[in-house]
Write a protein that binds this ligand. Structure first.
Ligand SMILES: O=P(O)(O)OC[C@H]1O[C@H](O)[C@H](O)[C@@H](O)[C@@H]1O
Ligand SMILES: [Fe+2]
Length: 199
């Protein structure tokens, strides 16, 4: 049985609820997913020519995620699944936009259900890291770290995430500066290299 989140009364405790996500494709059949198509990611990939060429052919679905609308109140947790599809723009793997949390100090956990990939992370102090996703691996994204999921495999990368519901998403910093590193295929393997566009 699946019951929906009670979206009202921010600041009041939610009633208990449960929700279904498929272990096969990460999707829920009881709530719509938010879909991010390639056209929403202009300027984010290093190879602008490859981006334009792909977009002319098709506005590909790069990733989608379930967001249940848990009120952004202190004490609540937001959770759901995220599915990044396999593909590349030039040599750079399909990925999420990535974001800092508006409340910079708030962390997040991702648990990989399917596929293969990396979590790319960096903080304002310039420290960065990549952690591998494979089914069964949980990745802890500490507070202060911007984070981007990257699919380095040939199947959808499916993760389940949980974070403080009032954390907020800061996309502007990544949209204007980018991540310090990008992940590209080199000699058939993923490699984190300096982002030529990083400002
Ligand atoms: O927000 P993006 O960087 O586009 O990534 C998409 C989504 O990925 C994960 O599922 C996060 O937990 C969500 O909070 C996020 O919105
Ligand atoms: Fe996040």
């Amino acid at each position: 049985m699946t019951t929906q989140a009670n979206n009202g009364n921010a600041g009041h405790p939610l009633a208990p609820f449960s929700h279904y996500f498929s272990l096969n494709n990460g999707l829920s059949d009881t709530a719509p997913s938010l879909k991010r198509y390639l056209s929403k990611m202009a300027g984010m990939y290093a190879d602008d020519a490859a981006f334009r060429e792909r977009l002319q052919r098709e506005d590909t679905l790069v990733y989608e995620f379930h967001e249940l609308g848990v009120p952004e109140a202190a004490g609540n947790l937001a959770f759901g699944t995220s599915i990044v599809y396999p593909g590349k723009i030039g040599d750079e793997y399909f990925m999420t936009k990535g974001h800092f949390h508006t409340i910079l100090d708030t962390s997040e956990v991702y648990y990989c259900i399917g596929g293969k990939g990396l979590m790319l992370m960096e903080n304002p102090e310039g420290e960065w890291d990549v952690r591998e996703f494979s089914p069964g691996t949980a990745v802890y994204v500490p507070g202060r770290y911007a984070h981007r999921s990257i699919n380095t495999g040939h199947e959808p990368l499916i993760t389940f995430y949980v974070f403080r519901a009032d954390a907020g998403h800061d996309y502007g910093t990544i949209e204007t500066k980018g991540f310090r590193k990008i992940v590209v295929e080199q000699d058939g393997r993923p490699a984190a290299i300096d982002n030529p566009k990083w400002k």
